[in-house]
Design a protein around this ligand. Structure first.
Ligand code: PBG
Length: 293
């Protein structure tokens, strides 16, 4: 299991996310503390999301050498050695409009965005990230990131590609957590149509051709069939992201006394594993690790 964490500016910040009970926006020292817990419990690693000091049209906080993720990664690599650190490479937390890319003539411009993604991935690798994980779904991003990493001495930094990421309603709670709701339109221009299974396999194939080392299906539970299909077709490390909405549904039901929390959590994780995921990105990582003992 990999634990996603949200790191924010400031000191002593541990702000619970309203839409995701028991998940927090954490300033760097608290983020490091959470990483220590993850390592102590034997969690496989963390996935880092950043909330910048300020947002702009150019997502400059995403690729700033002293940006929030870059600083957090330096801190965790120094203070919690041995913990696997994956960084989310995307722009939506950093743009004033909340889209994952550069806006040109009122629309997200795929190719102009690739440059930002390459810069961001490189700055994360320089900060010490073990793996970079592009989640924006722009076409050609894996190849673009690979080229930038390779030509700057980071040919050994693997890319975990959110290869099949659907335009899902289940990201709703995350957008509150990461303050990344699009200010106009939606993400259906770059994320995938939930009805289209064949396109998912095609997207995975393309990402592998471009040099992805590991792939991800996202969300997880509504797409178990695709995790299974990808497992049959592709002999590479395969992951699934149990996203914010999947987490919050279980938390909400448990808080109402409608479901047994730990059993619902473990059954959902088991289903994702059974479908063929080698590893699971999940907000339950710490709790499930405690249950597993
Ligand atoms: C950034 C990103 C999102 C998630 C992960 N990376 C949000 C989105 O695409 O809207 C969602 C994660 C979750 O819901 O837990 N593009």
């Amino acid at each position: 299991m990999i634990l996603p964490l949200f790191v924010c500016p400031g000191e002593g910040v541990r702000r619970e996310i309203g839409s995701m009970p028991n998940q927090y926006q954490l300033s760097i020292e608290n983020f490091v503390g959470e990483c220590e817990k993850a390592r102590a419990l034997g969690v496989g690693g963390v996935l880092v999301f950043g909330l910048p000091e300020s947002k702009d049209e150019l997502a400059s906080g995403a690729y700033a050498p002293d940006g929030i993720v870059q600083r957090a990664v330096r801190a965790v690599k120094q203070e919690v050695p041995g913990l696997l650190v994956i960084t989310d490479v995307c722009n939506c937390e950093y743009t004033s409009h909340g889209h994952c890319g550069k806006i040109v003539n009122g629309d997200v411009d795929n190719d102009a965005t690739l440059e930002w993604l390459g810069e961001t991935a490189l700055s994360h690798a320089r900060a010490g990230a073990d793996v970079v994980a592009p989640s924006d779904m722009m076409d050609g991003r894996v190849g673009a990131i690979r080229r930038v990493l390779d030509s700057n001495g980071f040919s050994n930094t693997p890319i975990l590609s959110y290869a099949a990421k659907f335009a899902s309603v289940f990201y709703g709670p995350f957008r509150e957590a990461a303050e990344s709701t699009p200010q106009f339109s939606d993400r259906r221009g770059y994320q995938m149509d939930p009805a289209n299974a064949r396109e998912a396999m095609r997207e995975i194939e393309l990402d592998l051709e471009e040099g992805a080392d590991m792939i991800m299906i996202k969300p997880a539970m509504p797409y178990l069939d695709l995790i299974w299909e990808a497992r049959q077709r592709f002999d590479v490390p395969l992951s699934a992201y149990q996203v914010s909405g999947e987490y919050s549904m279980i938390e909400a039901a448990a808080r109402n006394g409608w479901l047994d929390h730990d059993r619902a959590m473990m059954e959902s994780l088991t289903s994702i594993r059974r479908a063929g995921a080698d590893f699971i990105l999940t907000y339950f990582a710490l709790t499930a690790a405690r249950v597993l003992g």
